[in-house]
Ligand binder design. Sequence first.
Ligand SMILES: [Zn+2]
Length: 122
Amino acid sequence: MVATSPIMSKSPINARQQAWIRALDRARLVSTHKPTYSPSRDSYRVYSAHAEKEYHVYPVELDGHLTYECDCKAGERGLVCWHAALIAALPGECSRRARHREAQRQAVNAKSGHALLMECFE
Ligand SMILES: [Zn+2]
């Protein structure tokens, strides 16, 4: 018998993750120009497939997770677009999310004992 992690077996890829994967596949297919990063605004400029338009992708925190929003039409409707997926897949952004997850984990661990107990009575 092979031991599997209970977390892994209970959480197959959800719809949202599938949307990100599909969007990234699309990005790899249609993206022709490298995105540019603007440190002052902490956002990326992403060019449309034929570079006739540009969109802005911003890292945002949502329900404790770091995700990305885009100002294109799909992004404004809350859909995962390939512009955001392109940015999310950048090595720098992958490590940013890893750092964010680690910080979240440490914050949860710090809330032990009394602090956690008191929260239950608020
Ligand atoms: Zn977009």
